[in-house]
Structure formats: C-alpha cells, structure tokens
Write a protein that binds this ligand. Structure first.
Ligand code: ADP
Ligand code: MG
Length: 506
C-alpha cells in the first residue's frame, strides 16, 4: 500500500515538474516535498504551480505587446520615410504630421566664427541664459558661462505675456550677474518647440509640446514676443539674430568639430531630429541651390494613426492623460517625458490583475508622473542587485516583494527597449534619405546627439545604434555626443548668421 502511494506521487511529481518547466522556461522553480503532506500537499503544490504559470503567462502577454518584430520595425522605417517626403512636398505639407520645418540655417560653422554672444535655452527641463565667447584661428575655442533658472508650472501654463516677462527677468538677472548690462550683444534663442520660420529670426509657434501650455502664443512669432517683453521692461536692449531649435543647435555644435555631422538627434524630455536637406527637395522654400537644415519635428509621427497598430492600450492611456491628447504619438513612445508614465500604467494594470504589489494599488502608484524616467535607468542598470531595485521601489512608496522587483525590471526593460528601437527605426529612415540624396552606395555620416535619455540610460543608446545598423546597413553612422547643443549651438548659429549677413551687406 505504502509503496503504491509513493509510486503514484513520484510519477505525479515528474509530470508536474515537466508542466511547470514547459510553461515557465525562464524560471528555476524548485519543489520542496513535505514529509507529511501526502496527497493534499501535492494538490497544493500543483495549485501553486499552476497559479505561478498562469501569472507568468499574463505578464508575458502584456509585455509581448511591447515586443516589435523585425517586420514591425522595417514598417516604421518605411512609414517614417514616407512622412518625411509628405512634409517636404508643397501639396502634402499642410496635412503632414512630420512637419519638416525649414530653419533657414544654410551652413555649418567653418571655424572663422568669433565674438561674444548670448544664448537662451527654453524648451527643456531647465531654462538657461548663457554668455558664449567664441575664438577663431589657431586658438579656436568656445567658452561658456551660464545660469539655470526655474520656470514655475504656473508660468509654463499661464499667459504668454507672463512667460516672456519671466524670461526677460531671468535675462536681466544674468546680465547683472555677469556685469554686462550695457552691452547690446547678439542673441540666439533656442526655442525647442515646433516653429514655422520665414527667416532665421522669425519663428511662429505651431503648437506647444512637452508640458508647456502658455496662452496666446500659438500662431505668434516668438521673437516678437521676446522683443515686446524686452521693451516692456525697458532696461536693456538685445540684438535677436536667430531662433534655433535644440536639434539644430546640437547638429551645429558637433558640426563645429566634425564637418561630416549633418544630422542632429535629441532623446531627452522630447524626441526630435534635424538634418541638412538639399534645397531642391524643399518645395516650400524658394531656390534650388545648396542645402538647408530641416527640423523634422518627428515627434508628431503617427498622429494620423499610421502606427496605431503598434500602440498599446498603455500608450493610449498616457496620451489621454497628457496635455496634448492625440498629438506627438511617436514622441510619447520614445522620450524621457513619457517612458516612466508608460511603465506606471503597466504597473497599475498588473496590480489590478493581482500580479504585482499583492494586488494593492497604492496612492503613490495612482499619482501621475511619480515614476520618472530616471528610475528606469536606475532599475535597468546591470550593476544594481534586485535588493536595490526593491529599495528604489520602496523609496517610491511601492511596497514590493523580491518577485515584484523582478517584474518591474522586466517592464522597464520592455518599455525602454521599444523606445530605443522605434527611435533607431526613425533614424534609419533619415540616414537612408541622406544616402539617396547623395546618390551613393555607401554613406559615411555623423549624427550629433544630445539628451539625458540617450546619455544616461544604460541600454538606450546601444539598442538605438544597433537598430540603425540593422535597418540602414549601407550607412556607416558615427554618433557624436554634443556638449550643450542648445547653448553653444545657438551661439554658433548666431555667429554664422552674422557672418553670412555681413557678407550679404558688403
Ligand atoms: P531636455 O531634453 O529637457 O533639454 P535633457 O536632455 O536633460 O533635457 O532631458 C531631460 C529628460 O531626461 C527628463 O525629462 C527625464 O525624462 C529624462 N531623464 C532624466 N534623468 C534621466 C536618467 N538618469 N535616465 C534617463 N532619462 C533621464
Ligand atoms: Mg536640451
């Protein structure tokens, strides 16, 4: 009798092990046999194993929606390529989601630029005012002095007049601080929002992005608004020479060191790219000679629904909870402002299904923005032990078990990996376009890059580069980190514009 039970149990146990291994191949599940458990114990083990396996299956299903196939990614590249063309053509431009804005930046620095310049950097996490001293010739160098100012939320989302008065107040503080209040310096205004330009010193705001929402600015010229605010204060005067997008500043900063740099990429709060396009392809600007930098504003890719097949319900939730629902769909899948929020949406769903945090949705987890993208970087760091992941979650007020930490790490990995792949697929479209423009079999090109997501995330930049290599195999792409593209780049653009202007006058 006794023998018979043992025999049945061991056969049962073997089958159980096999089932569990098949269902959860990535988990090393060990079985502890209870001496007194007998039939009841085995039934409990079975129940637990099945529960674990079914939980694992649910988690895998959720994460599978973030896994993009080679085919998906090739399709993203192809669609991006098509949208780039729509934005350049006169006929399709008005409805294009990738706006392809001409910047009137027609050349990269040649090393002869010199002088003292002011730069403003608005549109990132911080607002900065900078004094940039450029020297040419054998002692070619760029020296910068800058001050960071906070832009309170009530000003970001207040009236346009308040926003620009605040900016001018910050400039006044800076000039005072540097002891240069009397000097009428040329100024480059890095304004990292989509602007329709009619010349280098005119930029009409198309629409706010990235958390800004000041009233009475959309459709207005930002240079005029700045000039008027300076006039209202009536304390100093400035020569506003150029309005600059941060992508263009980044490209120009790297172009100062490497003449092969004809693309600028930002992966920070937002996601965007610019590149030097042949004038003959830019139908909305007169003239066929030479090149002009195009600010693609590719963050709006997908706003016509063309990538809805790869958007998940979490992406839709993030979009609906944002300041600009329906807009910047690609940016919302790829940039620092949103990745943490996507992770939070997944964590809420997993918790609802009882797969995380013991099924308890805490107040913390309900708080929008609580899961910042910098936590993805920390949690995904290979140097971090699981215990430390758990500590981060606990600091966030998320009471987690060790199993929870493993799952959260997987979620972060899935979200940031997809972001890097999507960004890489988009960039592959741009470098391929550059290759075809040049009419060459192989293209060697440098991309200037800025943005904390690219610079600090442990895997983002590698995955992005791998993706470009895979999807644009005929292009040999070098990635060059930009040192302060918004500050230095704006001064360089201002200097180049001044140089070209004085040539024009003579
Ligand atoms: P901006 O794009 O605003 O000019 P940054 O390039 O510094 O400025 O990007 C800031 C954004 O980067 C933040 O909004 C945040 O989402 C993200 N971020 C901050 N720290 C990290 C980090 N350690 N890892 C990844 N992303 C980060
Ligand atoms: Mg920036």
């Amino acid at each position: 009798m006794e023998l018979c039970i043992k025999h049945t149990l061991s056969k049962y146990a073997k089958r159980l092990h096999k089932v569990v291994r098949r269902l959860v191949p990535n988990c090393d599940v060990r079985f502890l046999l209870s001496e007194s458990g007998s039939g009841k114990g085995a039934a409990m083990v079975t129940a637990v194993a099945y529960r674990l396996a079914s939980q694992r299956k649910q988690i895998d299903e959720i994460l599978a929606s973030f896994k993009l196939s080679k085919e998906n990614l090739r399709e993203v590249k192809t669609k991006m390529r098509a949208e780039l063309e729509y934005g350049l053509k006169k006929e399709t431009q008005p409805n294009a989601t990738v706006k392809m804005l001409p910047t009137y930046v027609c050349g990269t620095p040649d090393g002869t630029e010199k002088g003292k310049f002011l730069s403003l950097d608005l549109g990132g996490t911080n607002f900065r005012v900078l004094l940039v001293k450029i020297r040419s010739g054998r002692r070619k160098s760029v020296r910068m002095y800058n001050k960071i100012f906070a832009i309170p939320l009530e000003i970001m989302q207040g009236t346009g007049e308040e926003l620009f008065d605040h900016i001018v107040q910050c400039i006044a503080d800076f000039l005072e601080y540097m002891g240069i209040k009397g000097a009428r310096l040329p100024l480059g205004f890095t304004f990292s929002f989509p602007c329709r330009q009619a010349s280098i010193d005119k930029g009409t705001l198309v629409g706010w992005t990235k958390g800004f929402k000041a009233t009475d600015c959309e459709g207005e010229d930002v240079v005029d608004m700045l000039r008027e605010a300076i006039k209202r204060r009536n304390e100093f005067d400035l020569d506003i020479v150029a309005v600059v997008n941060d992508t263009v500043g980044t490209m120009m900063t790297c172009g100062y060191e490497d003449p092969n740099c004809e693309i600028g990429l930002i992966a920070g709060t937002g996601s965007n790219v610019c590149y030097m396009e042949d004038m003959k392809n830019i139908e909305v600007v007169e003239g066929n000679e030479g090149k002009m930098c195009i600010n693609t504003e590719w963050g709006g890719f997908g706003d016509n629904g063309c990538i809805d097949n790869i958007r998940t319900k979490y992406d839709k939730e993030v979009d609906e909870g944002s300041l600009n629902p329906g807009k910047q769909r690609y940016e919302k899948m790829t940039s620092g402002m949103y990745l943490g929020e996507i992770v939070r949406q997944i964590l809420i769903d997993l918790t609802k299904h009882g797969l995380l945090f013991r099924g308890q949705i805490s107040e913390t987890l309900r708080t929008r923005g609580i899961f910042e993208t910098k936590f993805l970087s920390q949690i995904e760091s290979d140097r971090l032990a699981l215990l430390q992941v758990r500590r981060i979650l606990q600091q966030l007020g998320l009471d987690s078990t060790c199993d929870d930490s493993i799952i959260v790490k997987e979620v972060c990995g899935a979200v940031s990996r997809r972001a890097a792949q999507l960004c890489g697929a988009g960039l592959a479209a741009v470098v391929e376009k550059k290759r075809e423009n040049r009419g060459v079999e192989h293209l060697k090109i440098t991309v200037g890059v800025d943005g904390t997501l690219y610079k600090l995330h442990p895997h983002f930049s590698r995955i992005l580069r791998e993706m470009v290599k895979e999807l644009a195999p005929q292009c040999d792409v070098t990635f060059m980190l930009s040192e302060d593209g918004s500050g230095k780049g704006a001064a360089l653009i201002t200097a180049v514009a001044k140089r070209l202007h004085s040539i024009g006058e003579n």
